[in-house]
Write a protein that binds this ligand. Structure first.
Ligand code: HEC
Ligand code: HEC
Length: 337
């Protein structure tokens, strides 16, 4: 058996302390039917409606061209399906847009895990010069507060004298995102007792996923590691082993969460979800891999130091295809004038 060289010691320590559910955390779990919500931002129907409008509103960008939905198409897979995203003025960012579907189940946001919650995450892109390009929180707030249809909703939902705040904009968007979940994938049906939900190939792929050791990192309900409190990140080294892919895919070009300054030290990345992974090509933080078949081969090689056969790759893909869940239809909302 190949030793897993890439375990993040911080994460292991933290997990060891978080017993007794420790053992169960490492296995497969169905995606819950409801996303957890923070005490200071309960999900309400009115807030979700407001959040959806804000998510779709390009007026939260400097030239009224880019909304969250522009890069995270919720009528589709929740991404822009590009290697790296294009923001205001046609500028190219450095990373690939992850899906917003099921982001509500992640304990940290972004490839490098730098945002501890959906609320904190939502505050980033509006002010990011490469994404929505507004220069100050106050200008985003002014834009929204100047629209009567928005002001009324903020008063209704948040109350107080001055309810249109940057925090409340982020809270509404996060509440909407918590409704973007895709339960009941074939694999969830399997886990809940329907042993016929997976065909032979997918079953073989599931066993391969366990045997090879993918499950050491991609476990828990979101296949993104064990369920952790918000802000705690299940980091792993990527690439954990040096290979020809470093050059071919540019895997050493982005430092991720941390790089200890030597070119031999791999970067730390948050373990991403594999839910709906068959729909969200291209893959990896830099979108450098176009197909799932190639992505699983790269993973086996760089994370587990294994070259897998065509058949093993096919089986893994068949298994990952059973992680595609049910999407609720997202129609574009009517935006206040
Ligand atoms: C120009 C394209 C673009 C726009 C506009 C944009 N995003 Fe993103 N989004 C990205 C990219 C790229 C990343 C990954 C960046 C990183 O990890 O450093 C990301 C990451 C995220 C994540 C983290 C998901 C995960 O798996 O970690 C969420 C949630 C998200 N965006 C929501 C939003 C919301 C809400 C808005 C609007 C306020 C928004 N995005 C606007 C491109 C965009
Ligand atoms: C040691 C931990 C670890 C192991 C083992 C591991 N992965 Fe990953 N996986 C990661 C990390 C970290 C990333 C994010 C890489 C990045 O930043 O681009 C990732 C990314 C992925 C992606 C791309 C996700 C996306 O949204 O683009 C796929 C697919 C994937 N892994 C599948 C697998 C499969 C299949 C196996 C087993 C052959 C496996 N992984 C083994 C940690 C691991």
């Amino acid at each position: 058996m190949i030793r897993n060289k890439c375990t993040s010691f911080a994460a292991v320590l933290l997990l060891a302390l978080s017993a007794p559910s420790f053992a169960a955390d490492w296995g497969f779990q169905p995606l819950p039917l409801k996303a957890p919500e923070p005490a200071d931002n309960p999900t309400t129907a009115a807030k979700v409606i407001l959040g959806k409008q804000l998510f779709f509103d390009p007026r939260l960008s400097k030239d009224d061209t880019v909304s969250c939905n522009f890069c995270h198409d919720v009528a589709g897979n929740g991404t822009d399906s590009r290697s790296t995203s294009i923001g205001v003025d046609g500028q190219l960012g450095g990373r690939s847009a992850p899906s917003v579907w099921n982001a509500a189940f992640l304990s940290s946001q972004f490839w490098d895990g730098r945002a501890p919650s959906l609320e904190e995450q939502a505050k980033g892109p509006i002010l990011n010069p490469l994404e929505m390009g507004i220069t100050h929180e106050a200008s985003a707030v002014d834009r929204i507060a100047s629209i009567p249809g928005y002001r009324e909703q903020f008063v209704e939902i948040f109350g107080g004298d001055d309810p249109v705040t940057y925090d409340n904009i982020a809270k509404a968007i996060a509440a909407y995102e918590r409704t973007l979940i895709t339960p009941n994938a074939l694999f969830d049906q399997y886990l809940r007792g329907d042993k016929t939900a997976l065909n032979k190939k997918a079953m073989a792929g599931m066993k391969e996923f366990e045997k090879l050791g993918c499950i050491r990192c991609h476990n828990g309900p979101n296949f993104a590691g064990p369920v952790l409190p918000n802000g705690e990140v299940f980091y792993q080294y990527f690439p954990a082993n040096r290979s020809e892919y470093d050059k071919l895919l540019g895997l050493q070009e982005d430092e991720g969460h941390r790089n200890q300054g030597s070119d031999r030290t791999p970067s730390l990345w948050r373990v991403p979800s594999l839910r709906n992974i068959a729909l969200t090509a291209p893959y990896f933080h830099n979108g450098s891999v176009a197909t799932l078949n190639k992505a699983v081969r790269v993973m086996a090689r760089v994370q587990l130091n294994r070259d897998i056969t065509d058949e093993q790759a096919d089986h893994l893909v068949a298994f990952l295809e059973t992680l595609t869940g049910e999407f609720t239809v997202q129609r574009p909302p009517v935006l206040p004038d």
